[in-house]
Ligand binder design. Structure first.
Ligand code: FAD
Length: 298
């Protein structure tokens, strides 16, 4: 126990003395809340995480009209509260005209960063929209808005579930960068080697934008398993088996999850990741636990 504590302390010291540390970008992702209670809760989460001085908060984007309006409302409220905010935008159900309109509205509100995605077609929806892939959306944002927005795109260290071959997925990622992306945020993963190899392969293709690891805190086993099945992120067997073993013991799951994800973040930062993007699920506790372990604020 003492030896582990000592080892942990040494690792944290390494992160804190890293000369790259102040160039790293830390960001937190929210989804637009659906209820008044959710809005209130998000405000409290925003203030707790905002105290950490993130580069920006990002807000996800859904396919339906009302979800889209909530993204806009959430983003403009974050901005009005004095923080940088980055809306996600997706191709699904979008036309050139409505993307142009929303870009103009964001520009008018002083928003200067967009996360550009293809999105996933909700079941029952038949209209894909005018853009088939994220590279087309990125190209359109550049065509319409020039250099007004810093554009982030999605990256998949364990590869996108629909990709026929890793090489094709990498080439498609490179195409998004060529279309005008400035940076990328990854799908979450618990295998850091997948990330390091992905970044190396990108460098070999001449892609040298910052690729920021997406970090999913572990707080709920069944929810994590469901998400991971849908998005193709692997939960390594040893993590899955431990989580199964905890059953409904939420305290044990959270303590284990904080340890595992802290160790993942330490490894990523030590080996040169340009920052961390936390999928907060609109909660502050799990992200704060990892943040404090990493001693990032001091
Ligand atoms: P693309 O880059 O278009 O890739 C999708 C698939 O098509 C891949 O298999 C790729 O290899 C292939 N492909 C790409 N370009 C081409 C091409 N030109 N020709 C042929 N094949 C191609 N979803 C939401 O609905 N809303 C959100 O707010 C949201 N936020 C996200 C944030 C992050 C950081 C991440 C990682 C994902 C997010 N997603 C979101 C999920 C995302 O929309 C899905 O993973 C979606 O399936 C793919 O989106 P993409 O932008 O990566 O698509």
């Amino acid at each position: 126990m003492v030896a582990w504590g000592l080892c942990h302390f040494v690792k944290i010291t390494l992160v804190r003395q890293d000369p790259m540390a102040d160039q790293r970008q830390y960001s937190f992702e929210f989804f637009p809340p659906k209820t008044d209670k959710g809005v209130e809760k998000l405000r409290a989460t925003r203030e707790k995480l905002g105290a950490l001085g993130p580069m920006y908060f990002s807000v996800t984007f859904g396919a339906g009209g009302s979800t889209r309006d909530r993204t806009f409302e959430t983003v403009t409220e974050i901005k009005a509260a004095g923080y940088a905010a980055a809306p996600h935008l997706s191709c699904i159900g979008s036309t050139r005209a409505n993307i142009a309109d929303i870009l103009d509205q964001y520009a008018a509100h002083g928003i200067d960063r967009i996360v550009a995605l293809r999105g996933d077609m909700p079941s029952g929806m038949v209209e894909a929209g005018e853009f088939r892939h994220a590279n087309e959306l990125v190209a359109f944002i550049r065509e319409h808005s020039g250099g007004q927005f810093h554009i982030e795109v999605a990256a998949y260290p364990e590869f996108h579930p629909q990709a026929s071959k890793p090489e094709k997925d990498l080439a498609n990622f490179a195409a998004k960068v060529k279309a005008g992306a400035d940076g990328a945020i990854t799908q979450y993963f618990y295998n850091p080697d997948a990330y390091f190899r992905f970044v190396d392969d990108c460098h070999k293709l001449g892609v040298d934008i910052p690729i920021v690891p997406g970090i999913m805190p572990i707080t709920n086993h069944s929810q994590l398993a469901r998400f991971s099945d849908a998005c193709g992120a692997e939960i390594p067997r040893w993590i899955r088996r431990r989580l199964e073993g905890f059953g409904d013991d939420v305290t044990a799951i959270r303590a284990f999850g904080t340890d595992v994800v802290t160790a993942l973040c330490e490894r990523l930062l030590e080996k040169g990741a340009p920052g961390l993007h936390f999928y907060t699920m609109n909660q502050s506790e799990a992200t704060l636990g990892i943040w404090n372990n990493l001693a990032l604020s001091s």
